[in-house]
Design a protein around this ligand. Structure first.
Ligand code: SAH
Length: 232
């Protein structure tokens, strides 16, 4: 069974976007992942097919209408759909690598991309939308956030990364940031590759990488070390 994402958006032509290239592109070609982009506007009614309206209580901007969005969600995700329903939103829980892994091990996701000021709260509640944020900044729409989430999920699907091992040492997978990397040439503008890496001593290399990982994490992301799972 492929990982099946259905994206609800006002801009379906933004998909698969960059996910059509490289690692994710090959996964989509092989059918390991499927992305359907569905236009929310197809579920609007009336002469003008309005999808948004002014906020109740006044204020700037427009809000995605509950009735239109609910119809779109119900059409692509009937009650028995086992896939989680996500709403890309700066108010959501910050996306983490462990949530990414969890999503990748499931059947897929229904992903709602907001626009304007956001979506009517009643659709979040009645359709059980899990709000997910990709960071503490505001985008103009949920599409780049959905593409980011899908990129992270698709790369950890079984068989997508060539080397089965290459995901496991990475930043966040161990609770730490990853160590620095080097490759040829041996000498670059007078800077040498750290000797230990060319020593052939795998134990020493592993110890060096661990130490670098810890030092980097302590310096840049001390918050990650507060997590109990990480040996300090
Ligand atoms: N008025 C809202 C921001 C709306 S931005 C607020 O202050 O919370 C328009 C849409 O872009 C949102 O509905 C959401 O789908 C998307 N978006 C913006 N920033 C995002 C972020 N950091 N993570 C995920 N989605 C985001």
């Amino acid at each position: 069974m492929p990982f099946h994402a259905t994206v609800l958006t006002l801009y379906p032509e933004m998909f698969p976007g960059h996910l059509g290239q490289s690692l994710a592109g090959r996964a989509l070609e092989r059918g390991d992942a499927v992305i359907d982009a569905v236009n929310i506007r197809d579920f609007a009614t009336g002469k003008h097919r309005n999808v948004d309206d002014t906020p109740a209580g006044g204020g700037a901007g427009m809000v995605l209408r509950a009735d239109v969005l609910a119809r779109a969600i119900d059409a692509v995700s009937p009650v028995e759909d086992a896939r989680p329903r996500l709403l890309m939103s700066p108010r959501g829980a910050p996306l983490t690598q462990s949530r990414v892994r969890e999503l990748a091990s499931g059947p897929g996701a229904v992903i709602v991309c907001g626009r304007f000021e956001g979506v009517d709260q009643r659709v979040i509640e009645t359709r059980n939308l899990e709000e997910v944020s990709i960071g503490d900044y505001v985008l103009s729409g949920g599409e780049p956030a959905a593409l980011t989430l899908l990129d992270a999920v698709i790369r950890v699907l079984p068989g997508v990364m060539g080397n089965a091992d290459s995901g496991t040492h990475e930043s966040f997978e161990t609770g730490l940031l990853e160590h620095p990397h080097y490759t040829r040439p041996q000498s670059f503008e007078g800077h040498e590759i750290p000797k230990v890496l060319t020593s052939g001593n795998h134990q020493a290399i592993e110890a060096w990488r661990q130490a670098q990982s810890r030092a980097l994490t302590r310096e840049r992301r001390p918050d990650l070390l507060e997590d109990d799972q990480v040996a300090k």
